[in-house]
Design a protein around this ligand. Structure first.
Ligand SMILES: *Cc1c(COP(=O)(O)O)cnc(C)c1O
Length: 396
């Protein structure tokens, strides 16, 4: 099977040749000054992408899930209360992790397809007059449902209640693809990884911590060793690592940041929006519906799409892979079998997006979906034609 077809899963994402080459480096002594020179610009560049000047970047050899664990264990103690919305599989997994760490998790249950409800957070926080809640957890971009939550609104709810809890945000599938403003939104811990917007292999959990989050680690009692912020910050301040770093990935990250800054972050975000809009036009053309309930919630990195009654989305994803060699995302959790996902983030152009739309359209036609061949592709083509000039001028 060809390895030239792009993947349309919402991470890990397609790795540009330029980044694969950047990771082809020989072993380098991580106790040498050369390593310090490699690491410093990566940490500085990540700050820019997170939108923080006052925060610190802490990275671990792990996937994004490790970043979650690091954020929790460095800021909380057993029995602490956290407030979190469950609106998809990733927020659900975060809740599960908190419970397994012995935290007291207050869950705001939401319909999948809705965003984290700022109004319900406001009510819960106002009622918490003795400030039992130590942290508010939000998934910025729920990858299971294709829903973006409004982090500024959550922050406003916290401020409105004059509540001192930490604000922790999972931005694994939004960072470097959709705007993220850590300082402006008052985020205390933001968690991401290398394999989505950064277009790299999995293996770097990237956490940004505000000064308030950093002081929380002095009292946080959850056990941690590998993920201890103090060990990592102490070592990186000296240009080193407390253990063996993922050297090749760090080189890849340096190049990824160069690519993002060369394109310009605003252009990166605009490209994601334009590609996502084309995908959404295609969904309309097919006569199908998004899981995301309203346009203000639409994610620009992943679309979750309901299949018609009586169809099995797993069979569709399977068929697209075995027949055409192209991967799309399955429906997760309660959407399993009922929805499929098109990932449209990272290294992606309108041309690549069209190939994915044409492919899933063929797969749907093969399986007798009530979808007319060409109906989605033409809708996306019209959108990309209408917006191409603007995109090219911006990129120039
Ligand atoms: C991908 C993803 C994660 C982390 O997954 P890992 O496989 O551990 O990297 C967490 N949250 C969201 C929203 C994601 O999309």
């Amino acid at each position: 099977m060809s390895d030239q077809n792009p993947v349309f899963i919402p991470g890990p994402t397609n790795i540009p040749d330029r980044l694969r080459r950047a990771m082809q480096v020989q072993t380098q002594d991580h106790r040498s000054p050369a390593f310090a020179a490699t690491l410093a610009p990566v940490l500085a560049g990540c700050k820019t992408v997170f939108g923080t000047k006052s925060g610190e970047i802490i990275t671990f050899p792990a996937s994004g899930t490790g970043g979650w664990e690091a954020a929790i264990t460095n800021s909380l103690s057993p029995g602490d209360t956290v407030l979190v919305a469950r609106n998809g599989m990733f927020s659900h997994r975060w809740i599960d992790m908190c419970q397994r760490h012995g935290l007291d998790v207050r869950v705001i249950e939401c319909a999948w397809g809705s965003g984290a409800p700022a109004d319900e957070f406001a009510v819960a926080l106002k009622a918490d007059t003795d400030h039992a809640i130590k942290a508010v957890l939000v998934t910025h971009n729920e990858t299971a449902t294709g829903v973006r939550s409004d982090i500024a609104a959550i922050r406003a709810a916290m401020n409105g209640a004059d509540h001192p809890a930490l604000l922790m945000v999972d931005c694994v599938s939004s960072l470097a693809s959709m705007p993220f403003e850590m300082d402006r939104w008052g985020v205390d811990l933001a968690i991401s990884g290398s394999q989505k917007g950064f277009m790299l292999t999995t293996g770097m959990a990237i956490v940004a911590a505000s000064p308030k989050a950093l002081s929380a680690m002095d009292t946080a009692q959850l056990p941690r060793t590998f993920f201890d912020f103090r060990d990592m910050l102490g070592a990186t301040a000296q240009g080193g690592f407390p253990y063996t770093p993922p050297l090749q990935l760090i080189h890849g990250m340096a190049e990824s940041l160069t690519m993002l800054f060369d394109e310009g972050l605003d252009n990166v975000y605009a490209r994601h929006t334009r590609i996502a809009e084309g995908v959404r036009e295609a969904v309309k053309g097919w006569g199908l519906s998004l899981v995301a309930r309203s346009p203000d919630l639409y994610s620009d990195t992943v679309s979750a799409i309901h299949v018609p009654e009586g169809f099995d989305s797993n069979a569709l994803i399977d068929h697209a892979f075995t027949t055409y060699g192209v991967s799309f995302g399955v429906g997760l959790g309660e959407l399993n079998g009922r929805a499929f996902r098109i990932g449209h983030l990272g290294s992606l152009t309108d041309t690549m997006a069209l190939s994915g739309l044409a492919t899933i359209e063929m797969a749907m036609a093969d399986l007798n979906y009530p979808v007319r061949l060409g109906s989605g592709v033409i809708a996306a083509q019209e959108h990309y034609r209408a917006t191409a000039k603007l995109a090219l001028t911006k990129a120039a």
